[in-house]
Write a protein that binds this ligand. Structure first.
Ligand code: ADP
Length: 272
């Protein structure tokens, strides 16, 4: 090409001289200055990915960091509800403004843009991927120390697009103790490896229930396979979170920032 700069990282041309694989990374809004992006992923839905995202964000905010949450789970957006945010997002010519929680965590979610947040999002994969990209390119995030991305569940088309377009510094994989789930976790681990994204560690959720009478741990899913999976891939098991009615109630009330004994304190220590 006549106007070739020999910088393949910023060029989309597939010419014969290309040395690096093409990068699909998108630039953030010019008014965003985001230091670290942590993706929270799960091999499948319903294992507590949004809960873990929210607990990590709440903990880092409590530690005085500037925190934001990008809710990339477009078809199951639960972040605004967990933080008790009902206001809708607004915008200007420069972009879309995130909505702030009580403690100042900046949020963006499809539910902050839809008139009716009970309306199902019946969009095809590329449209969903496009919406997530816009949360990165069009939202005015300002100065952020830690952005947590609540990733779409699974290892399909949409998470792939998100990984390709947003520069994720590391991921945390959330799982439950079931054997079936450990196989799905391996898919998530392998996907991160394929995408060259460092895995910070695993978080096991719904690990047990404490008997209210004798305090004994009841393992509803049987013996956990997570430690085995963590060892197999040489990954740290960052935390095990029990089923806890208090946690469910804090999520339902939109009061996750009021948590007193955050089970992810040690996991948060791992975020450099
Ligand atoms: P995901 O994001 O993986 O789909 P969520 O974080 O939305 O999963 O969790 C699914 C549901 O289970 C939510 O209603 C949440 O409040 C509840 N939940 C998740 N983990 C726990 C837990 N450890 N104790 C009690 N309830 C939980």
């Amino acid at each position: 090409m006549s106007d070739c700069t020999h910088d393949c990282s910023s060029c989309s041309e597939n010419c014969g001289e290309r040395q690096d694989p093409q990068s699909f990374l998108e630039s953030p809004n010019p008014l965003s200055n985001i230091k670290k992006v942590i993706g929270v992923v799960s091999g499948k839905g319903g294992v507590g990915k949004s809960l873990v995202t929210s607990l990590l964000a709440a903990e880092m905010s409590k530690r005085g960091k500037a925190v934001s949450v990008l809710d990339a789970d477009i078809t199951g957006p639960s972040i605004p509800k967990i933080f008790g945010v009902c206001d809708k997002a607004s915008g200007s010519e420069q972009g879309i403004y995130p909505v702030e929680t009580e403690s100042g965590i900046k949020l963006m979610s499809i539910n902050l843009l839809l008139e009716d947040d009970t309306a199902p999002v019946v969009w095809r994969g590329p449209v969903i991927g496009g919406a997530v990209k816009q949360f990165w390119t069009d939202v005015i995030w300002g100065d952020v120390d830690y952005m947590f991305v609540d990733m779409p569940p699974g290892t399909g088309d949409v998470p792939l697009t998100v990984f390709q377009s947003i520069p994720v510094d590391g991921i945390i994989i959330v799982t439950s103790p079931q054997e079936l789930v450990s196989m799905i976790v391996e898919k998530a681990v392998n996907m991160a490896k394929m995408m060259n994204i460092p895995i910070i560690g695993l978080v096991e959720n719904m690990s047990w229930v404490n008997c209210p009478d004798c305090g004994k741990q009841i393992k509803i899913f049987g013996e956990s396979k997570t430690a085995e999976t963590a060892e197999k891939f040489n990954l740290p098991l960052l935390a095990q979170i029990p089923f806890d009615a208090k946690l469910a109630s804090l999520c339902d009330k939109g009061a996750i920032e009021d948590i007193e004994d955050n089970p992810l304190k040690n996991a948060a220590d791992m975020l450099k």
